[in-house]
Write a protein that binds this ligand. Structure first.
Ligand code: FES
Ligand code: FES
Length: 205
């Protein structure tokens, strides 16, 4: 889990009494405890953002439930499928394993922040063009992990791509189209022409 950085998140609300509560007081404490809210300020998809949420929530839950950014997908919640991947300070992380309060002061990017206005990111274009997004459930996580890779390594080898995306699972594509989409996007971003193998576009004849 990433260490918290910047200002500490605040927790609003509270119990108001300590000691040995009676049963009814205890019930009241529990009710009040559930009303406590954490409050964080951070940068979300390039814009300053603030959000209040139940302090136990993961970043995945805060994004989806409190910020209505449902492009980040909910999968195993165990750190095994990669479908919840987002970028935090430019690094891909599993948002199901990071507490929302640890996003305080950080720069968070989700799939909703990849396009620039009406212009899709090259990865979004090539995932669509190559058939790398089929049901699409895994695609946001793959694209954000690939974005980090291309930023670090503008001309990644197939092995580098496999390694960088090894934490993301896809049950539809067989992965080859995803690797090709990343290669094609990287080439586009370098300003180089690249053609996909004919069978990738039309299938085996
Ligand atoms: S939902 Fe986070 S790794 Fe599966
Ligand atoms: S496209 Fe369906 S899980 Fe990857």
């Amino acid at each position: 889990m990433l260490p918290a950085r910047g200002n500490s998140p605040t927790v609003e609300g509270g119990c108001g009494s300590i000691g040995n509560p009676t049963a009814s007081e205890g019930a009241g404490l529990m009710t009040n405890a559930t009303k406590q809210k954490a409050h964080i300020s951070f940068v979300l998809n390039g814009e300053p953002a603030e959000v209040a949420f139940a302090p136990h929530k993961t970043l995945l839950e805060v994004l989806r439930e409190d910020l209505a950014l449902t492009g980040t997908k909910h999968g195993c919640e165990l750190g095994e499928c990669g479908t919840c991947t987002v970028l935090v300070d430019g690094r891909s992380i599993l948002s199901c394993l990071m507490l929302g309060v640890d996003a305080e002061g950080r720069d968070v990017e989700t799939i909703e922040g990849m396009a620039e206005g009406a212009a899709l990111h090259p990865l979004q274009e090539t995932f669509a063009d190559t058939g790398a997004a089929q049901c699409g459930y895994c695609s946001p996580g793959f694209m954000l992990a690939a974005k980090e890779l291309i930023q670090k390594s503008p001309k990644p080898s197939r092995e580098e791509i496999k390694e960088a995306l090894s934490g993301n699972l896809c049950r539809c594509t067989g992965y080859i189209k995803i690797y090709e989409a990343v290669e094609l996007a990287a080439a586009k971003m370098r300003g180089e022409p690249m053609e996909l193998p004919r069978e990738s576009v039309f299938g085996l004849e």
